[in-house]
Design a protein. Structure first.
Length: 69
């Protein structure tokens, strides 16, 4: 069985930003990579363990951490 990353950053929305989920919980909408880190920190993840390029932690849909439009 393949383990999926717990964090999903959805493709950019037509109104701006990218929805972010942790498991089945919607954390909010990020408008930058820093927002993703902030949302994850607010959800209880240790900021020192958040790596935006870690595919075990984050699945970027519709582009990586440099795509916001």
């Amino acid at each position: 069985m393949t383990k999926h990353p717990p964090v999903h950053v959805c493709p950019p929305a037509s109104l701006g930003g990218r929805p972010v989920t942790l498991g089945d919980v919607a954390l909010g909408v990020a408008h930058s990579a820093a927002d993703v880190v902030d949302l994850l920190r607010q959800a209880g993840l240790d900021e020192t363990r958040i790596a935006l390029d870690d595919p075990q932690l984050i699945e970027w849909q519709g582009g990586g951490p440099d795509v916001w439009e």
